[in-house]
Design a protein around this ligand. Structure first.
Ligand SMILES: O=C(O)CCC(=O)C(=O)O
Length: 264
């Protein structure tokens, strides 16, 4: 991680990295997401998306290009620098949203929560928890909608007051910034950041692709639900399998590699 990247991530709570995925892999990812995506009844925050929001889970089971993104060479050194040298990949999924979809309400923005939502810096070292890589499979301009956040909010020691939430977390309000992302780039953002997504305004749907990493010792998502299937493991390198080890810190299984019996 360069000094510039460290500065920007600490300042903003997110970082844009360009030229992460090739055009061919963007096209392949969209093709496979289209085959797998299903309509979402309600968004995680209870909105009725009125048929405009789709999701595709367990993308690693589909093979490439998703497998190679597990340990992308431009992303992983940064994740190791800001989370921990030993990482777990919690989940890999897509949200696809079509024109006019309801916004994904701003969430996060308070660093005093659980281990997953930490953010501290000490002795030149960033310590964050659950961290997302949002891959841009197409060009997204700020006017299209898409990823939005309150830069710097990952350092807030206070929760937004409930009565001010609507005003301060207004996706079109002065605190919130929509981020433009060129095709093939990725936004790395800490879940501690106040973030969400604005209503999508482009005729072409937004095929969002999200990988969530965590400290090996921490758990956010259901490990059994998100565990890749055996076909996916068979496609992975030994190094890639390590991202799916069960969460543990002391007295873990011998070696670092995953075996099914770890869950036994
Ligand atoms: O759609 C986005 O860019 C935001 C997604 C998000 O906040 C999430 O998946 O937790």
């Amino acid at each position: 991680m360069t000094e510039r990247e460290k500065y920007l991530f600490d300042l903003q709570g997110y970082l844009l990295i360009e030229d992460v995925i090739s055009d061919a892999d963007c096209a392949l990812a969209i093709e496979k997401i289209k085959e797998r995506m299903i309509p979402r009844e309600k968004t995680p925050n209870g909105y009725d998306p009125k048929g405009t929001w789709f999701h595709a889970d367990k993308l690693l089971d589909v093979g490439q290009p998703f497998i190679d993104l597990i340990d992308n060479e431009k992303i992983i050194p940064i994740m190791k620098a800001i989370i921990d040298p030993t990482l777990r990949l919690e989940c890999a999924y897509s949200y696809t949203r079509t024109k006019g979809c309801p916004p994904f309400e701003i969430h996060g923005g308070f660093r005093g929560g659980s281990v997953n939502f930490r953010y501290n810096v000490s002795n030149d070292q960033i310590y964050t928890g659950l961290t997302v890589v949002s891959f841009a499979l197409q060009d997204v301009s700020a006017e299209d909608g898409g990823f939005a956040c309150i830069p710097g909010s990952h350092k807030s020691d206070f929760r937004v007051p409930q009565e001010d939430r609507e005003e301060l977390f207004d996706l079109n309000g002065p605190l919130v910034k929509c981020i433009s992302t060129p095709k093939g780039s990725a936004v790395i953002f800490t879940e501690t950041l106040a973030h969400g997504a604005n209503s999508w305004q482009n005729d072409t749907p937004r095929y969002g692709l999200f990988y969530k990493y965590n400290d090996r010792a921490a758990i956010y998502a259901d490990q059994n639900h998100w565990r890749p299937n055996q076909d996916a493991f068979d496609m992975m390198t030994e190094e890639q399998k390590c991202y799916f080890n069960t969460a543990w810190q002391a007295f873990g299984p011998d070696g670092r590699h995953n075996t099914v019996s770890e869950f036994g």
